[in-house]
Design a protein around this ligand. Structure first.
Ligand code: RAT
Ligand code: ZN
Length: 443
């Protein structure tokens, strides 16, 4: 079986430039030398290439959670970003025919259409190429047979170690939904936790489209009623408290539609946020992540690939931050316009922490724009990126691509600073990028 460990992944050039700059940082004299503007890009690139990263939002699972953790070539190719793209390449393809195919058939089709019949230039396609190359596999292969053989030699645990090493990712935040029928029994039974995978209590299924979540909450022993009356709110708070403890969750998270408003006396969702979620967050001193702007299933036949985006009202975020000053809001927004408004809102409210270039914004051209804007408006007080990986292998490409783009923008900004008269040391650069990517802003 080919062993990744014995191969030289093609990220080697990045690692060697890292070593050069680590030398600069680790020799105390080098670390304190003021850098000329010309030296800054090399030092930043080197440091960024191997920076241990904390990934604050993924859809990955602790390997001990079995099949919930997706990995390997068939999962990589049937990622919903690529599913959307295959229907563009093959307009004659019927959605029901596609979904009726086995996963391997879907993957073969996507490979043929997006990687063999045309060049894989989109970001999601290029990502697969980056992963294969880093694993020492040939992205110009015409079939998937060799890839499947390669992946069959791994266990989930060993592959997790390989991917985290190649991606330079130290910690991964999961997205955990206790109401999910596949996830629930795993948590109730319990399992030895991998300390690299941190729990996050996802709220969507419990509080979105109320009373959709009510029957499942009732089945779990929470005395809620569909009209949100009586002790329903306190029972939902009990649910949140119980599961935050069980998951050892580091924050609560929800994805919200562009129509989400606060205040809004007519909305059960707003009511639940204000009377259950935010009070629990305040009591437990845990952040609440709001991911705002998703329009679910604008094209239902595409399933997970059928969601779109819409512009939300920034005033809602501002009012929540103002009225719940003791709650820390991690916020990411899906529309480009909102991303700018969010930066300004964060300047006004210290309890707003913008994070990541989310989903349709997670493309180099937009990452560049967002990162430059955030550095200029917020200095070092934001979290530049999360991966949103659904398939373990994606950590390799999402972080390789983001490191390169964000590192370049950071180097430009620090270079301008040097030209203005503030020449940084390599030690200071290491400190600052560590602050941005190390997850410490969450503590
Ligand atoms: O980026 C994605 O994979 C989306 O489908 C969503 O999962 C989104 O990131 C979310 O967390 O709701
Ligand atoms: Zn996500």
């Amino acid at each position: 079986m080919p062993s990744v460990a014995s191969r030289t992944p093609n990220t080697e050039h990045l690692v060697s430039s890292y070593k050069t700059s680590t030398k600069v940082v680790s020799s105390s004299k080098g670390a304190e030398t003021l850098l000329s503007p010309g030296r800054i890009p090399t030092v930043v690139r080197g440091l960024m290439a191997n920076l241990p990263v904390t990934d604050i939002h993924t859809h990955l699972f602790d390997p001990a959670m079995g099949d919930l953790l997706l990995w390997g070539i068939d999962e990589l190719l049937t990622y919903h970003y690529l599913v959307a793209e295959v229907f563009r390449a093959r307009p004659d393809l019927r959605a029901d025919a596609f979904w009726a195919m086995p996963k391997t058939g879907q993957a073969d089709l996507i490979w043929q259409e997006l990687f063999v019949n045309r060049s894989p230039v989109s970001e999601a396609c290029r990502g697969v190429v980056t992963v294969l190359t880093a694993l020492g596999l040939d992205p110009r292969s015409r079939t998937l047979a060799k890839f499947r053989k390669f992946f069959s030699g791994f266990t989930a645990t060993r592959y997790t170690d390989t991917v985290l090493r190649l991606a330079g990712v130290e910690k991964v935040f999961m997205t955990n939904d206790p109401l999910d029928p596949a996830e629930h029994p795993i948590w109730t039974k319990g399992f030895p936790r991998d300390p690299r995978f941190l729990g996050v209590l996802r709220l969507d299924s419990a509080v979105m489209n109320w009373p959709d979540g009510a029957p499942r909450l009732m089945a779990m022993g929470y005395a809620v009623d569909t009209s949100l009356s009586g002790k329903t709110m306190s029972e939902i708070r009990r649910y949140l408290n119980d599961w935050l403890v069980r998951l050892d969750a580091r924050y609560m998270a929800i994805s919200l539609p562009p129509t989400f408003r606060y205040p809004d006396v007519t909305s059960p969702l707003t009511d639940l946020m204000v009377k259950a979620v935010l009070p629990v967050a305040r009591e437990r001193n845990l952040p609440v992540a709001m991911m705002i702007g998703v329009k679910k299933l604008v094209n239902p036949e595409l399933r997970l690939a059928g969601d779109s985006l819409g512009r939300a009202e920034i005033e809602t975020v501002e009012r929540l931050a103002r009225d719940f000053g003791a709650v820390r809001f991690l916020v990411t927004m899906l529309s480009r316009e909102n991303a700018h408004e969010l930066c300004v809102a964060a300047r006004k409210f210290k309890n707003i922490l913008p994070f990541g270039c989310w989903w349709f914004l997670n493309n180099p051209s937009l990452i560049r724009e967002l990162t430059a804007m955030r550095l200029e408006l917020l200095g070092l007080s934001f979290i530049p990126q999360h991966s949103d990986a659904r398939v373990l292998d994606q950590l390799v490409y999402k972080w390789t691509h983001s490191r390169a783009v964000i590192g370049g923008i950071f180097a430009e900004q620090v270079g301008r600073l040097a030209l203005s008269g503030f020449r940084p040391t390599a030690g200071e650069i290491a400190r600052d990028i560590g602050r941005l990517f190390g997850g410490r802003l969450l503590d």
